[in-house]
Design a protein around this ligand. Sequence first.
Ligand code: NAD
Length: 264
Amino acid sequence: MKFAVTSKGDSKSNSLMHKVRTYLQDFNLEYDEDQPDIVVSIGGDGTLLYAFHRYKKRLDKTAFVGVHTGHLGFYADWTPDEVEKLVIAIAKTPFQVVEYPLLEVIVRYQHGGRESRFLALNESTVKSVEGTLVMDVEMRGEHFETFRGDGLCVSTPSGSTAYNKALGGAIIHPTIDSIQLSEMASINNRVFRTVGSPLVLPAHHTCLLRPVNNVDFQITIDHLSLLHEDVKSIQFLVAPEKIRFARFRPFPFWKRVHDSFIAN
Ligand code: NAD
């Protein structure tokens, strides 16, 4: 089996990365940065987001596991003290895999019929850079509302505990194939009206945004931020691909929610 190890880049994560790499090689596993079967991400959730984007072209072949060198993460749930146990578990393949849904984002441009496709593990946001963002929101091809405000966030179930949660969105269990649309400071008065509640869409239901005014806006995909011009529409859908996490012990999602937000 081939493996890769990614690090947040700080000294603690780097030294743990070297340790994990040496241990796994001692077990005769092959280090392969380009085509790993398993990626051990060391740092935090952000490090796993980077690893996901690095290996997003081979999601059907690569599984991920996260170690946190700071606070407990949603994707990074192993502690530095547990890496020896983790290494032994990885060496004793085959391992169990759990799959989580991803978000597909398709940006279509006004000219030339161009489009770009992105995958998000947490969420994609559309935010005004200056002034009020005005977007027509379509659900399954039908006009739903005209949004006016700071922005909109579309999250995956596993991303529902991240930015989405800060926007008052619901926490969605990752076994539910869905995406969630939540608002950032919408303008609501006698003239302008949005639904106000976060909306959860099942697989195959598209949500499409069409810019109405000429305000510059920013599209984010997880930690990545892209400034877009000439955008005709942005489409969101549950992606056909899934991310695969290597599971070596039970750590139920609701326990992770409890330990992260209530107590540990
Ligand atoms: P970062 O390091 O500042 O991460 C922000 C925090 O989000 C960290 O504490 C991280 O552990 C946590 N986080 C990431 N994914 C999570 C998840 N799925 N569930 C629960 N917590 C999660 O920034 P980064 O490393 O560049 O990560 C980008 C992410 O930061 C974005 O995907 C977005 O979800 C999040 N974010 C959150 C807010 C907010 O809560 N107001 C604002 C901007 C971005």
